[in-house]
Design a protein around this ligand. Structure first.
Ligand code: SAM
Length: 203
């Protein structure tokens, strides 16, 4: 298991406090944009997954944490919601179908740079024409490094992210700073974009 999956799996194994089942601010920002068939890529405990399913979406939730996936599978059975949760290492995961909405919150910074860009390209390819991609990631300016492997992380710039969405309609691209231990900073970028209807790339 790699360091980032191990870190979150340990957190998720502790009995989920009620607070950890609430949408975080980025999930709350994403929720109004989800529709149709949804891919929650790096879903964590699936808080957004279940909020989307409760709104009528069919959701595929993927995460590397066995504890998070077991929690989602139990909850889907209990609540009878259309959620399929699967455990996978998402640094090398072939996405085999396309979705109306693709959400990836708080994941890509745990990959090395080439992997981060490649996976972002996969997420873009698997968004249907006219569909929405919600991406949230730590970006340059972040000085809190404790959760990263020295060699296995990446911090994109917001400008490079925007460029990667050339031809898409970018609805918003916002930065948010959060204080972190030792007077450090976490700087997040949340980008919400729609793929053009006439996208020629195969999906
Ligand atoms: C910061 S959490 C975000 C979870 C959720 N999207 C949210 O907003 O609460 C990062 C998630 O990425 C998962 N993760 C990290 N590296 C991964 C990898 N290589 N493959 C699959 N999942 C991974 C962790 O298990 C964790 O659930």
């Amino acid at each position: 298991m790699n360091k980032s999956i191990e870190f979150f799996d340990r957190q998720f194994r502790q009995a989920p406090a009620e607070a950890s089942l609430r949408l975080n601010p980025f999930e709350a920002q994403a929720l109004p944009h989800v529709h149709g068939e949804v891919l929650d890529f790096g879903s964590g405990m699936g808080n957004l997954t279940f909020a989307a399913a409760a709104r009528g979406c069919r959701v595929t939730a993927l995460d590397g944490s066995a504890a998070a996936v077991a929690h989602m599978q139990r909850r889907a059975a209990l609540e009878g919601l259309p959620v399929v949760a699967t455990q996978a290492d998402l640094s090398d995961y072939p996405i085999r179908q396309s979705y109306d909405t693709v959400v990836c919150i708080g994941l890509l910074m745990f990959f090395d740079g080439p992997t981060g860009w490649r996976v972002l390209g996969e997420l873009q390819r698997s968004t249907r024409p006219g569909g929405c991609l919600v991406l949230n990631v730590l970006v340059q300016g972040t000085t809190y490094m404790d959760m990263f492997d020295a060699e296995r992380h990446c911090l994109f710039t917001p400008e490079a992210l925007r460029q990667h969405f050339a031809g898409w309609r970018i609805d918003s691209c916002e930065l948010a700073d959060f204080d972190a231990p030792g007077q450090t900073l976490k700087r997040f970028c949340t980008l919400i974009a729609h793929k053009p209807l006439n996208d020629p790339a195969p999906t």
